[in-house]
Design a protein around this ligand. Structure first.
Ligand code: CA
Length: 225
């Protein structure tokens, strides 16, 4: 499994490269946006770690190119602490996840492992993530073997989250995907529906599988993570 690491700060690039190699990954480094774009589009990578502030071409431009040509390639963006707008913009433009600098190797490795997993098992008419099962034909949802009755919107919201397990989804991404109209940015409809879903998916075994990612959005946590 080869990983592309895009980072112009040599010390960070070297730190990540050494760490990933120690874990058995093959690594290619790119130190500017132009090289990164060429590598990402022509190389055979299982995942890209992408810094956003880069010389020659910005990380967001590189991300746009990757999304146009390789929509399924996982991209983890590196953002500086406090740059929430970068984080959100990266996610809105198709980043799979993000890690905030300064980060530990363990944090980065955990995110990489989560996204390198094989795509979720999915049968023709449904989705399955951990103990959650959703069937599009019967509109039936099961959690830990018990049926959960959902309204149409709750169903759509859950289906969208289940299509992106372990991925941080920004409010904008979710509102666009599920409500699909020019939503009012100040709306709290998403928070309300996440609240409904959490109540319906609560169990004695632990917290509901929908996690709030502060200042950004939500993540459906696939059990075992
Ligand atoms: Ca940088």
């Amino acid at each position: 499994m080869r990983i592309l690491v895009v980072e112009d700060e040599r010390a960070i690039a070297d730190f990540v490269e050494r760490g990933l190699k120690a874990e058995g990954y093959a690594v290619t480094c790119a130190h500017d946006g132009e090289t990164a774009e060429i590598e990402a589009l022509t190389g055979d990578f299982g995942l890209v770690v992408l810094d956003l502030l880069l010389p020659k071409k910005s990380g967001l431009q590189v991300l746009d190119s990757i999304r146009q040509q390789k929509p399924d390639l996982p991209v983890i963006v590196l953002t500086a602490r406090g740059e929430i707008e970068h984080k959100v913009e990266g996610l809105d433009r198709g980043a799979t996840d993000y890690v905030v600098k300064p980060f530990s190797l363990e944090e980065l490795l955990a995110r990489i492992r989560a996204h390198l997993r094989r795509p979720q098992q999915r049968s023709a008419g449904g989705l399955e993530v951990g103990d959650l099962k959703l069937d599009f034909r019967t509109r039936r949802v099961e959690y830990s073997g018990a049926e959960v009755r959902l309204t149409a919107l709750e169903f759509e919201l859950l289906a969208y989250l289940m299509r992106h397990p372990n991925q941080v989804l920004s409010r904008g991404q979710i509102l666009n995907a599920v409500w699909s109209y020019d939503y009012d940015p100040g709306t709290n409809v998403l928070e309300v529906y996440v609240g409904y879903l959490r109540r319906k998916l609560s169990s004695d075994d632990g917290p509901p599988p929908i996690e709030t990612v502060r200042s950004v959005g939500y993540r459906l946590v696939a059990p075992g993570d």
